[in-house]
Design a protein around this ligand. Structure first.
Ligand SMILES: NC(=O)c1ccc[n+]([C@@H]2O[C@H](COP(=O)([O-])OP(=O)(O)OC[C@H]3O[C@@H](n4cnc5c(N)ncnc54)[C@H](O)[C@@H]3O)[C@@H](O)[C@H]2O)c1
Length: 313
């Protein structure tokens, strides 16, 4: 199945580890994030099996294809052996049968960011899975506490917030609610290390650590544009050359997607209207209303050619 090469090269995130305590792990949703989580979990060798679940066959097939291509690329770059690649693929069971998750020890959910959808999913998972199964959501902006209530197993519920691309980004924020059992939290925290990532611990607060600091700073940059304090280009150059950031805040907002930024901030403002660091810049709303969403639409605060940023608009 995979092109073979002679030597075994074990790399971070793809090395064999000792047993994680979770023999059977489930991943729900094989989109941008879920396929990466499934791949990393399978490649860690820490589980007897990984159950990859999608509701529809076509999404299951495309998720499987994404994982296959990503693993194959690692073989071609000689980062893992063809044998290891085969082992990883073979340890994943791809299914559209939700009952296959019934006896999993740990489930990571990575379905689209929609609370109605997640509510239905957790309500049914709570009934389907054995009582000891720990649920972990990869949500970026929704309340872990709220989801845990839908699941009917608040003490067995955490957040595990991965970063995109999962295969490369080392950090995972592990989120505890007021009801999370400390032992459950510890297991989830340890699991993150066992699949080759670095865990940090955070309470169930909007944006957790990274986005709570990052998103308001992007909004502050756009508020400067609203006030005409400085140009888009000068703000970005300043944060690159003066603060040492790899890219400026408005470049980053374009890269993430202006609609995504708007969605996150609007949600926070709705829920926490008295929090002064959650502010909505007028220029962001105008851009999204005009369909200028940044990289994904070819135009935002900058022109884009695929992943390549052009001049400011
Ligand atoms: N995109 C990011 O950069 C990023 C980063 C960190 C966390 N997240 C979070 O990860 C989650 C997934 O985001 P994504 O970007 O991978 O989304 P995506 O749209 O790429 O993938 C979502 C997948 O879930 C599947 N799905 C939808 N409903 C389902 C159901 N009921 N059962 C099974 N599968 C279902 C879809 O078919 C799709 O393949 C969201 O909660 C998001 O907030 C995203």
């Amino acid at each position: 199945m995979f092109r073979k090469f002679p030597q075994l090269m074990q790399r971070r995130g793809f090395s064999s580890t000792t047993s994680a305590g979770f023999d059977k792990v489930g991943v729900i949703g094989l989109g941008l994030m879920g396929h990466g989580i499934c791949q990393v979990a399978a490649a860690s060798g820490a589980h007897q099996s990984v159950i990859a679940y999608e509701q529809e066959q076509r999404f299951l097939d495309s998720g499987k294809d994404r994982i296959f291509k990503s693993i194959d690329k690692l073989v071609q770059k000689e980062k893992i052996t063809a044998t290891k690649a085969e082992e990883s693929m073979n340890s994943i069971t791809f299914t559209t049968d939700v009952d296959a998750l019934q006896d999993t020890d740990f489930i990571v959910e990575a379905v689209i960011e929609n609370m109605d959808l997640k509510r239905d999913l957790y309500t049914s998972l709570g009934n389907i899975c054995k009582p000891e199964t720990i649920f972990a959501s990869n949500t970026s902006s929704l309340s872990i506490t709220e989801m845990s209530e839908f699941s009917g197993r608040e003490e067995n519920f955490v957040g595990v917030h991965f970063f995109n691309p999962v295969q490369l980004m080392k950090l995972v924020e592990v989120i505890r609610t007021e009801k999370t059992d400390p032992e459950v939290f510890q297991k989830a925290y340890d699991w993150v290390g066992q699949i080759g990532k670095v865990a940090v611990s955070c309470g169930d607060t909007p944006g957790f650590i990274v986005n709570r600091l990052l998103v308001p700073s992007l909004m502050q940059a756009l508020l400067m544009v609203d006030r005409q304090d400085a140009t888009v280009k000068d703000i970005d150059i300043s944060m690159q050359l003066g603060a040492g950031h790899p890219m400026g805040p408005i470049h980053l907002a374009d890269y993430i997607g202006l609609d995504t930024c708007l969605f996150i901030v609007q949600g926070w403002i709705e829920k926490y209207p008295d929090e002064p660091s959650f502010a909505l810049p007028g220029c962001l709303v105008e851009k999204v209303n005009a369909g200028e969403l940044g990289r994904k639409s070819g135009k935002g605060f900058y022109h884009w050619d695929g992943d390549k940023r052009g001049d400011p608009v």
